[in-house]
Design a binder for this molecule. Sequence first.
Ligand code: ADP
Ligand code: MG
Length: 667
Amino acid sequence: MSELRLSDIKGVGPARLKALHEAGIDTVSALLAYLPREYRDLSRVRPLGELCAGDEAAVRVRVSGGAAVHRAGKLLVIKARVSDDSDTMSAVWYNQPWLKETLVPGREFLLYGKVEARFGELQLVCPAFETGEGLKPVYKPLAGITPRVLQQTILAALDAQDGQYEETLPETLRRRYGLCERNCALRNAHCPLNHDALAAARRRLAFEELLFFQVGLWLMRGTKREGVMIDCPDARADEYWKTLPFTPTNAQRRVLCEVLSDMRAPFPMARLVQGDVGSGKTAIAFAAMYAAVRGGWQCALMAPTEILAAQHYESAQRLLEPLGIRCGLLTGSLTPKNKRLAHEAIASGEWQAVIGTHALITESVAYNHLGLVITDEQHRFGVRQRTLFSEKGSSPNVLVMSATPIPRTLSLILYGDLDISVVDELPPGRTPVQTRIVPEKKRNDMYGFLRAQVQAGRQIYVVCPLIEESEAVDAKPAEVIYEELRTKYLPDLRVALVHGRMKSADKEETLNAFHAGEIDVLVSTTVIEVGVNVPNASVMVIENAERFGLAQLHQLRGRVGRGAAMSYCFLMAEPNERLRLLTRTNDGFEIAQKDMELRGPGELLGQRQSGVMSLGAGAALSDTALLKETHDAARELLRSPNSEDARAVITRAEALFAERLHDVAMN
Ligand code: ADP
Ligand code: MG
């Protein structure tokens, strides 16, 4: 059967086609895979009197007072009293002046929205005007196509072809894992009959997505064969450790042995090294580079930011150059002339250890006998970048490092094609960071403590979620915190500000000054999240801590506690259970697991990585049981790759995976 095209769908003319195309939806299957972001339960209308702050609910109300309009800064606020038989509440909308005409006293509406406690009362904030009943799908908005039209188009696509889309999962598999048929799943995902049908639909689609993703990853690994073999006996490890000013931890020794034995083997290494911030992964990476260069090969280390790359380069000059290894730095900000010189030094092999940013994988860079590639903070890169990097050599050894502890089930999926080593020990002498939740009323006491710390010679980070005032978010921005500290709370201290929108030269200058001890208090956005290493900074204050994920907070506090001094992390927020976990444990894996359960894996991994997954499976990644089931199913299938079932799945996985990697590369 020839495949149905988007333009064959009822109602899809050139304008809609163009809008869909611009959103990356080029086929009917891509359209059907555009699953709702959430569902509004309009069948459950709740009485106002029963609602609490934080609830999201459908309410049937009547406007009890005319709408008032006023300005608050850049915002135009429309506010009306609404009531039902149980209670009365305010509802507010922003920048929608036409609503004044709609909100006529006495009229009734079905509203759906969030309840928040504001100005000492409960308010409905920006509720949507709804009609209908049952479970209403809500799609992530697409530019150039209204939500209603999008929904109509999807329904028309479901109805086309008599609703008969090809089944993609073998029947035996569906039966074994209790999965509903594909057409039924698609229909109920977009237009659910009831909660049970929706749950079955989502399970089926998530299963499918995860299964194909895992099979794809396994295939990617399977295609690699012989690769670079490096002559690097274990003795190289001891040679290297002896040159360091400290003794390696047992975990560092063990992981390096695993790495060296991979590099010696006739197939290329593909290994992920995971370890908490400060566990000493960099030392392992440098040891591997040392061994590779001694074995006669070039190596390259890629970091996600210029600052981090520069820091690694400095360490390389300190740790590798004295051992006779020629190191160089290549980043996007080099002048054209220096870039050309760098390219030459790389191509000629003059640089044996090359350190840099994404610039390392641009097309024009040619390597010389590249035997080992390393990516630092892997979660910032996608699978595609990793692949591009290794394609720079002929099957070089690949080492990836990540400080984001990823729960084991999840790493099986995301890094299904990698072996994993965990650096599960911190260097001795580290005092664990003391973490406290500080409510607003204790703010002044805390500043007293900060001043005492600075007098004792320490330095302080203050991290904020935002740079400047925002309409949508109720949080103090870095600029305001900075001004307050400088003029009001700590005028006697040297306070500086750094954020992601500054020019990188300015940013670097400020960070360098902080590094040199010329700044006492550094206010920043999360630009310091990765990498920066200032052992003398022993206190971190995190403003609006409730706005960050647990894993990110844990990552942030890893910036302190790097020296011998007692170190502290203050979470500015009203105490809650979620944040309390951080005061109780320093175990990154436990924290990551909790974070994933609470917020889903997309947040944990960042945009790039989750871009590999479509929305549907992204949500399913937090479902540990489903991860395990699909992992088992994939293994089972690949055990007999020539069976009819396995062949069907493999063919489809190959096609999907090629497409997906292409998409990621385009982002
Ligand atoms: P990671 O990359 O895992 O976050 P780093 O490799 O940057 O950690 O190490 C953090 C700090 O600890 C660095 O200053 C490093 O020199 C130091 N360090 C690493 N290993 C040890 C060790 N075994 N003993 C003492 N200090 C160490
Ligand atoms: Mg590191």
